[in-house]
Design a protein around this ligand. Structure first.
Ligand SMILES: Cc1cc2nc3c(=O)[nH]c(=O)nc-3n(C[C@H](O)[C@H](O)[C@H](O)COP(=O)(O)OP(=O)(O)OC[C@H]3O[C@@H](n4cnc5c(N)ncnc54)[C@H](O)[C@@H]3O)c2cc1C
Length: 292
């Protein structure tokens, strides 16, 4: 299948991208093309203009700053996979990316393309929710930051205006020795998850759970934080029995029905995967990420 006809633009700076977005009607940004090209070919989107970000300066980097990672919009998923900084400071992202697509899609696909496409089951989208990421958006009125919790407006609909471009992602990192795990159920390796679970745990001085984050992907229109589970484990000693018991509440999280799975099956997966993710995360407390 071939895409519909469109005008192609090849800007070199973010300012040029914003200027093009300001004056062109019905334009789409092209990052890695791994979601946009299939959407064009299947005629799900019909833009008059495609603005290619691949030669825009200064959008590819991974840097550590003030307790977090700053990642440029055009950083390829493959670069995230092989980044020592990601692996040591944000091992959850490293583990999640191993579940994303295939070598070919990782070589092209970008961190921000995944965020903006906003598939509810996308692994990097769940990681953003799990880590309370923020995104930087540039538009005609300047630059603004959006908390990832406010980023999904609805099904595959990010909270960015048509004249705006997302330039970077900020990921707050957890302290050394935290536990983490990303687990998912999908039909084949490289498929989007039917349901995924991301867990982070930090222990307090007594070895009890001092802080946790549990995120389920694939349940509905966007990733959901299992707040009941997060609350219920605080101050408790980590154990599989505890996790089994508290994760039962995931069966009450609203879930969608589609051709891949019923809502009830997704809720079952949510309870099972949240328990597995927490158990794995707890087993990794105090272990250096590079040994996993
Ligand atoms: C065979 C196959 C298997 C895959 N499996 C998985 C999987 O298991 N898990 C998974 O998560 N993904 C999977 N994907 C999708 C893949 O991760 C894509 O790379 C990702 O969804 C989109 O990233 P991209 O850089 O290719 O963006 P593009 O396809 O170029 O763009 C996607 C959307 O984001 C918008 N956009 C891109 N950059 C910006 C920006 N800077 N500012 C504003 N809007 C922007 C575009 O306009 C478009 O609407 C798969 C893809 C394929 C082809």
């Amino acid at each position: 299948m071939k895409p519909p006809p469109f005008h192609y633009h090849d800007p070199r700076t973010v300012a040029d991208v914003v200027s093009l977005l300001g004056r062109l009607e019905n334009a789409k940004l092209l990052a890695g093309g791994q979601s946009l090209m299939p959407m064009l070919n299947m005629r799900f989107v019909l833009p008059d203009h495609v603005i290619d970000l691949n030669r825009v300066d200064g959008l590819t980097y991974i840097r550590e700053r003030d307790g977090g990672l700053d990642i440029g919009a055009m950083t390829r998923q493959r670069e995230l996979e092989f980044s020592d900084l990601v692996r040591s400071r944000c091992p959850l992202m490293h583990e999640a990316i191993l579940e994303v697509g295939h070598r070919q899609t990782l070589n092209c696909g970008t961190i921000v393309g995944s965020r903006c496409h906003l598939d509810p089951a996308a692994e990097l989208v769940s990681v953003a929710a799990a880590l309370d990421a923020t995104v930087t958006v540039v538009g005609p009125n300047g630059t603004r930051e959006i908390a990832f919790a406010d980023f999904p407006l609805g099904y595959m609909t990010p909270a960015i205006e048509p004249q705006e471009v997302l330039t970077a992602v900020r990921i707050p990192t957890w302290p050394d020795g935290h536990g983490y795990a990303f687990v998912e159920f999908s039909r084949r390796h490289g498929d989007f998850a039917i349901v995924s679970a991301a867990a982070l745990i930090e222990a307090d001085a007594r070895g009890k759970i001092g802080r946790t984050s549990v995120t389920l992907g694939g349940m509905g229109q966007g990733p959901v934080r299992a707040r009941d589970v997060e609350q219920a484990v605080l101050g408790q000693a980590p154990s599989e029995d505890l996790f089994r018991q508290v994760c039962e509440s995931c069966r009450a999280i609203e879930a969608m029905d589609d051709i891949h799975a019923s809502a009830e099956y997704r809720q079952h997966l949510a309870a099972v995967l949240a328990r597995r993710a927490l158990t794995k995360a707890a087993a990794r407390l105090h272990a250096p990420p590079s040994t996993h």
